[in-house]
Design a protein around this ligand. Structure first.
Ligand SMILES: Nc1ncnc2c1ncn2[C@@H]1O[C@H](COP(=O)(O)OP(=O)(O)O)[C@@H](O)[C@H]1O
Ligand SMILES: [Mg+2]
Length: 219
């Protein structure tokens, strides 16, 4: 059965595309068939994927958000892909279909007031829809900052989201912008790849009902 993950937060630059790409490369590297669905008209994800030579077991397509639910139903029924990852634009009023179509939403959020504000707005929409939510503290620079972020997201989500282990602020995450690489290819045994593998595991556990702290699935 496919697991469906939507990357959402109503703020540009939070890390949706970066983490969607890195997760796809991780799952691809461990032999899962991955479908990346780019719903952002900006097309960053599809462009990144197009210049990548080593596509492995991943594929990428563009789908309009208005057609996403139907497409996902079709793909999930065909059972070709183990993992379907949906990347979305940063506008709240558009992303409802991506939230509804998913098993879990992944919300990357950075340490800034603007991110917290966007997080809260997006979180409220996800809660209303009744979906499992995994918050990913992204570009975290220190243990102290991580502790502050954990407290902040716990308060903002009123304990109704799972807060994943942090993703560090790593230059290698940006390398894909000038080539076809993800952090998983650059240093497969490095800390950055380990963080992505851990995030992938957390997302799978939540979808399979083993993740703790997620109370929002039933609204
Ligand atoms: N953990 C990270 N470490 C370093 N740079 C990052 C990290 N996450 C994202 N970035 C950089 O931040 C920028 C915006 O990220 P992106 O994934 O495009 O955000 P979004 O898709 O949410 O708009 C990109 O240039 C990306 O390389
Ligand atoms: Mg993006």
């Amino acid at each position: 059965m496919s697991i469906i993950i939507s990357c959402v937060i109503a703020k540009g630059g939070a890390g949706k595309t970066t983490l969607a790409f890195a997760l796809a490369m991780h799952w691809g590297a461990v032999g899962r068939r991955v479908l990346l669905i780019d719903c952002d008209p900006q097309g960053t994800l599809i462009n990144l994927f197009a210049v990548r030579e080593k596509k492995g077991s991943a594929e990428a397509i563009c789908v309009d958000l208005s057609r996403l639910e139907a497409r996902i139903k079709r793909e999930a029924a065909s059972d070709v892909y183990g993992v379907i990852i949906v990347d979305t634009p940063s506008t709240l009023r558009e992303i409802g279909p991506a939230i509804k179509a998913a098993d879990v939403v992944m919300m990357p959020s950075q340490p800034s007031g603007a991110d917290f504000f966007a997080f809260k707005r997006t979180f409220n929409v996800c809660l209303k829809i009744g979906i499992s939510i995994v918050v990913v503290p992204n570009r975290v620079k220190s243990r102290g900052q991580h502790e502050i972020l954990q407290r902040t997201f716990k308060a903002l989500s009123e304990g109704k989201a799972l807060i994943a282990e942090p993703i560090g602020d790593r230059v290698d995450h940006g390398s894909y912008t000038i080539g076809e690489l993800s952090i998983v290819d650059i240093g497969p045994s490095g800390k950055g790849a380990f963080e992505i593998a851990k995030l992938a595991q957390t997302l799978e556990e939540v979808v399979n009902g083993q993740g703790q702290g997620v109370e929002s699935r039933t609204g």
